[in-house]
Structures are given as structure tokens and as C-alpha cells.
Design a protein around this ligand. Structure first.
Ligand code: ASP
Length: 323
């Protein structure tokens, strides 16, 4: 009886201590370089969530490196008070199979808040590459065995996973070149320092439209219906049967964040994902904003578990690891 009363009193105390949340700026850690696709969704989301979160500033902190795992570890160790959050992508599901010394446990060290969006990827190349469609690209890759560079945002990143799948389906040997995000990778692709890259449409659409890069295919099972990308075949159509990579982003808090705070963030997340400007920004670049049924901790966690189960065997079969 005494014990129960004490637990209730402590819970009430914890709730009232956070009743005014947020009382100061909230930081969202983006574990990739500024200017890239994860950063873009983070910044657009920060703008959309500011009002529903009570009008406090929502600040982006780019903690880039090691395929997004540095930023995720920082949030896993942050004070669980709702003032440090994380937006990351598929890396949450790929990193456990890839990193021998991962500094966090994806399913144990975070509070899951909900999915934000899904984004297709495109296969692109430097503008000077001598191929104008996917068939020519595949021939060029085979003809240049051992010499082809493929850019990515580090082990476990979306671009790495897409590239890994591409290499293994093509049975082609390419040299992965890791960056702290696909914003710096894109700069090198534009400058011709690397040959090809697989990256989210939220980073590539503008460059494809401006013809600054060559685009060969989309990674989704269906073609995209945004004007700049509608003519691109799917990789499945182009000959890589069953190829399907879609990237998702989601919101997390450190484990132990009080329930009252999580509820407020989750409610704000739901409102932000209905924001007209946010939806327009995302959809114009081929992304699909999550709908209600997926914006909750239970479904978000189930989804990440399913993604871990989907990627782990593929990663193990390709024998790629990092410390
Ligand atoms: N697009 C990146 C990736 O390949 C991450 C980023 O730079 O936002 O995972």
C-alpha cells in the first residue's frame, strides 16, 4: 500500500515537473552533414513542429560521421528530458549488423515516437560518365571492373545499403567512398571525383532537373509521379529483378524520457506531419509523409524490428563490418 502510494506520488511529481515542457529550445540531432536529405527532412520538420510544440525554438545539431551512428550514440547518452531528440533513417536498422562496437542498442536505448516519411532513391552519376541509360551504365560498370567508385554516407547509411544491393545484384566490384553525408558526396559527384551514387530523391531531384548529374533509375517497385523523375525506369524494370529500397525517417528520444513529455512530442509530431508546407515540400521531392497509423511508438518500433530482420541477412551475406 505504502509502496503504491509512493510510486503514485513520484509519478505525479515527475509529471508536474514536466507539465510546462518545453520551456526552452529543443535540439534535434541529425546524424549526417548539413545540406543532405536527412538534414533537409530534419530542418523542414523542425519548422513544422515548432508551433505544435509550444512555439519554442527547435534547433538542428548535425553530428555527422560513421554512417549516422555517432549522432545516434550522442542521443542515446543524452539527458532524457525531451530537449535532445534524434531524427535518423534506415541506419537505425542496419547499424546493429554492421558495427562490431556499436555504442547503442537500437531497440533498447531509445523511446520510439513515430515515423516521419518514406523517400525513394535514385541511381545517379557524375555528369561526364559515358552512359545515358541504365543498360549503358551496367555495361560501363562491367567494362571498368575494379575502377568504379561509388559514393556513400558511411557504413549503414541509405546510400551504402542501396549501393551494396546494387553491387551484389550486378555482381560488380565497386569501391565504396564514404562521406559524412550525401551533401559532401554530391559535391564530389558534381566535380567528377566519384562516379556513381544512390541517394534520396530529396537530395537528387534538383540536380537531376538541372541536368547537373545523370540519372538512370529509381529504386522503388513503381515509377515516381513527380515531373522531374517520371521518365526514370525502376531498377526492377531495368533488369534488377525485385530491387526495392525505400528510405524512412523517424523520431526518437533517449530511453527514460518521461511519459508526459513523450506524449507531448508525439502529439506535436502528429500535428507537424499534417502541416501543408511540410507535406508540399516533401511530396514535391518524391517523399511520402507518414500517416496517423504509423505515427506512434508501437508501430514505429515494430517497423524498425522488421527492418532489422530484413537487412541483417543481406548485410551478413555481403560480409561488411566496421568497428
Ligand atoms: N542520404 C544519406 C544516406 O545515404 C544521409 C544523408 O546525408 O542525409 O544515408
Amino acid at each position: 500500500m505504502m509502496k503504491n502510494l509512493l510510486a503514485t506520488a513520484l509519478a505525479l511529481l515527475a509529471t508536474s515537473a514536466f507539465a510546462e515542457y518545453p520551456e526552452k529550445a529543443v535540439t534535434i540531432v541529425i546524424p549526417f552533414a548539413a545540406g543532405g536529405p536527412t538534414d533537409k527532412v530534419g530542418r523542414d520538420f523542425a519548422e513544422a513542429v515548432r508551433k505544435p510544440l509550444g512555439g519554442q525554438a527547435v534547433v538542428i545539431d548535425n553530428v555527422a560521421g560513421a554512417g549516422g551512428t555517432l549522432g545516434a550514440s550522442k542521443v542515446a547518452r543524452a539527458t532524457p528530458d525531451g530537449y535532445t531528440l534524434l531524427i535518423t533513417h534506415i541506419g537505425m536498422a542496419t547499424s546493429p549488423a554492421l558495427y562490431r562496437n556499436l555504442q547503442f542498442k537500437p531497440l533498447e536505448d531509445f523511446e520510439y515516437l513515430g515515423l516521419i516519411n518514406e523517400v525513394p532513391m535514385t541511381l545517379i552519376s557524375r555528369p561526364t560518365l559515358a552512359a545515358n541509360n541504365y543498360a549503358e551504365l551496367a555495361t560501363w560498370i562491367q567494362a571498368n571492373k575494379g575502377k568504379v567508385n561509388i559514393a556513400n554516407a558511411g557504413l549503414g547509411s541509405a546510400s551504402h545499403m542501396c549501393g551494396m544491393l546494387l553491387q551484389s545484384t550486378l555482381k560488380a566490384d565497386m569501391t565504396p567512398v564514404p562521406y559524412k553525408g550525401t551533401a559532401p558526396a554530391m559535391n564530389d559527384l558534381l566535380g567528377g571525383q566519384v562516379d556513381i551514387m544512390c541517394d534520396q530523391t530529396t537530395n537528387t531531384t534538383g540536380q537531376i532537373e538541372a541536368k547537373k548529374v545523370k540519372a538512370f533509375a529509381v529504386t522503388t517497385p513503381k515509377r515516381l509521379n513527380i515531373p522531374a523523375l517520371a521518365a526514370l525506369p525502376t531498377l526492377d524494370e531495368a533488369g534488377l529483378k525485385g530491387f526495392n529500397v525505400t528510405i524512412w525517417h523517424a523520431l526518437y528520444a533517449p530511453k527514460g524520457t518521461p511519459k508526459a513529455v513523450l506524449d507531448k512530442i508525439n502529439a506535436a509530431l502528429k500535428v507537424a506531419l499534417k502541416d501543408g508546407t511540410f507535406i508540399k515540400n516533401e511530396e514535391s521531392l518524391g517523399a511520402v509523409v507518414a500517416v496517423d497509423a504509423r505515427i506512434n511508438p508501437v508501430d514505429h518500433k515494430k517497423f524498425v524490428e522488421a527492418e532489422i530482420n530484413r537487412w541483417t541477412p543481406l548485410i551478413k551475406a555481403n560480409g561488411q563490418y566496421a568497428d
